[in-house]
Design a protein around this ligand. Structure first.
Ligand code: PGA
Length: 231
């Protein structure tokens, strides 16, 4: 396996991180208006979505020709649930910009069978992809996950249905009204889908990510820290 040294950029505050991440998306779209871009959810990229929406409002960018893929979605979950990533993306980004509905793909949390839906999503990624740019967060604590590729995820993994780790479950429970509302699993792009991307940036903020970032940069490359595969 060829190993890459990631370029590491340490910035002073959240806003600087948001601006830096935003600049990657803007530059990509300016360079190639019909880019394929994979996007994350979570608290980390919220600032980036605000800045991207502002860029659009100020007529400095158009997303009309971009094809967007999401990294993951809970399964099963209603699109209308405020905890779904479908809702998150519409609320924080898609409804604020000029991205046509038919150019955005998110795994369907309402699909009857998550395995069939995963295959379908993987086929779409292969049809439109690989992504020109993928923006990632990293899971908190010792999850070191990217997408919902939890500890144990394989280097060759593709889009699939996965069970959430206990640490992910415990961290994300706050986004649901009650324990029983939170799905135990999700559909996620696999490690190989992510690594196929022509450019990848991972953004991390806050002390809860310190262990993971240190592990990813300085530890061995392996499924016990899925984000380490980025190297
Ligand atoms: P966060 O989630 O941005 O809310 O920390 C990141 C992740 O779990 O991948």
């Amino acid at each position: 396996m060829k190993e890459y040294s990631p370029k590491i950029k340490i910035l002073d505050d959240d806003l600087s991180v948001d601006k830096y991440a935003t600049s990657f998306v803007i530059n990509q779209v300016r360079l190639q208006p019909s880019s394929v871009i994979t996007l994350p959810t979570g608290s980390t990229p919220l600032g980036m979505y605000t800045l991207l929406s502002d860029e659009y409002s100020n007529k400095r960018i158009s997303f009309k020709l971009v094809t967007f893929f999401n990294l993951d979605e809970y399964w099963p979950i209603k699109k209308s649930s405020p905890s779904s990533y479908y809702h998150y993306m519409n609320n924080h980004f898609f409804n604020k910009v000029d991205s046509p509905y038919e150019n955005r793909f998110i795994p369907n949390g309402e699909a009857d069978d998550p395995n069939i839906e995963s295959k379908k999503y993987n086929n779409l990624l292969e049809k439109y992809g690989p992504s020109d740019l993928t923006i990632l967060g990293i899971g908190p604590g010792k999850t070191a996950h990217i997408g919902f590729n939890e500890v144990g995820s394989d280097y060759n993994s593709k889009t699939r249905y996965v069970l959430l780790s206990k640490e992910t479950h415990d961290t994300n429970l706050k986004f649901f009204d009650k324990e029983g509302d939170m799905p135990i699993g999700a559909i996620t792009q696999g490690i190989s889908n992510i690594l196929n991307s022509k450019k990848i940036i991972l953004i991390a903020k806050g002390v809860s990510k310190a262990w993971g970032i240190n592990r990813v940069i300085n530890g061995n490359i392996g499924p016990d820290a899925p984000a380490s595969f980025l190297r």
